[in-house]
Design a protein around this ligand. Structure first.
Ligand code: ATP
Length: 235
């Protein structure tokens, strides 16, 4: 438990292929809006439900580390990347949360941060219902990915049809609820709308176009000096 701290801890998993400004805004606004003591970025090792990342984990991790180096209150956890290198199976968020729960102790509130697109696909995740036993989930708005239950919050308006809709209705809470329990709430929150995606950034790079100000300068420097994403393979 040497890693255990105090206050509500945000956990932000992603492929970060590459890290971009909407990832940073999500983390910054989550910290402010939800009153988080710290946000820990957790680059995915081998994501289970999507194509293999375009860039090796060591680069994706290095880009996150460089971008966060000058941002107090934000940190990086390399454990998924390291365990994927040690054992090349898929990485599951449930394993990451179990590890964080061990590190942080049973009582510390943990909040898994997701964009609305990732939340909408939650039922496909390995052991998804157990996620709520280990952490709260906070869902950030994302352009083009409306959260159905966010429309009115009233059952019967088209939401409430799926198991995830029902979990959302039952667990829905507000930022103020997060500190009161270690896990179990689902809290939607609005962030600055930025229609930025890693896939569009990769496409621009492959076409030789600029991505300045879509990614932090430290990430741009890294991409340039390592010549990554510049060749067209995949999308
Ligand atoms: P790709 O375009 O390759 O699918 P991405 O831009 O969605 O990548 P990820 O690393 O897969 O980036 O995303 C990590 C997390 O950040 C996810 O929970 C995702 O929903 C969220 N996220 C990414 N971009 C945005 C955005 N523009 N607005 C809100 N949330 C976002």
């Amino acid at each position: 438990m040497s890693d255990a701290g105090t206050g509500v801890l945000g956990l932000f998993g992603g492929t970060f292929d590459p890290l971009h400004i909407a990832h940073l805004r999500l983390a910054i606004e989550a910290r402010e809006e939800l009153g988080l003591a710290d946000v820990r970025f957790i680059p995915a090792g081998n994501p289970a439900l999507r194509d293999a990342p375009h860039c090796p984990a060591v680069h994706r991790l290095a880009m996150v580390e460089r971008a966060l180096a000058t941002m107090p209150g934000f940190s990086v956890d390399a454990s998924e990347v390291l365990s994927a290198e040690a054992a090349p199976g898929p990485s599951y968020t449930i394993d990451t949360l179990e590890r964080q729960r061990r590190l942080q102790g049973a009582q510390r509130p943990l909040v898994l941060l997701l964009g609305a697109d990732a939340f909408a696909r939650l039922e496909a995740w390995h052991r998804w219902r157990e996620l709520f036993e280990l952490a709260h989930i906070a869902v950030a708005t994302r352009p083009g990915h409306e959260l159905r239950v966010m429309r009115s919050g009233i059952p019967g308006d088209g939401a409430g049809d799926t198991a995830l809709d029902r979990e959302f209705a039952a667990r829905r809470g507000a930022a103020a609820d997060l500190a009161g329990a270690p896990a179990g709430r689902i809290v939607p929150f609005a962030i600055t709308a930025l229609e930025v995606s890693a896939s569009a950034i990769r496409r621009r790079l492959a076409q030789g176009l600029s991505v300045r100000h879509l990614v932090p300068d430290a990430v741009l420097d890294y991409i340039d000096s390592h010549q990554i994403y510049r060749t067209q393979h995949g999308h």
